[in-house]
Design a protein around this ligand. Sequence first.
Ligand SMILES: [Zn+2]
Ligand SMILES: [Zn+2]
Length: 139
Amino acid sequence: MISFEQELRDKHLKITPQRMVMLRQISDNGHMSIEELHEQIKSIYPSISLATIYKNINALCEANILREIKAPTQKQKYELSSDRHIHVACEKCGKLEDIKIDTSSLQNGCANLSGYQIYDVSAVFIGVCPECKAKSSAC
Ligand SMILES: [Zn+2]
Ligand SMILES: [Zn+2]
């Protein structure tokens, strides 16, 4: 696994302590919204603004170090793009979880149907999580 320093250097991005903290936070938490990141980073850099985080997120997304997860059930979240997986989202509580599943047959099917060269997949499956399911069947 390559370090975040190395990754920033490879993409010709400046290595700043703020960026390092952001990447470490996202790596620890899996998915984070800009507001969640701001909350966490404020405890380390009290003067950091939401706008600064936003700008850095954009730069990191453009460099393909981070990617945006577009889940219809919730606010935009970001995660490390090096980790390939699909998501399940709970319609009731808005929880988002990673599912590591082999999507190669789906990708091959799409490639055959469309003629595209498929190199990535971004999918969110929507449903009700086990906790919410248990709650709703209890009453
Ligand atoms: Zn739920
Ligand atoms: Zn994820």
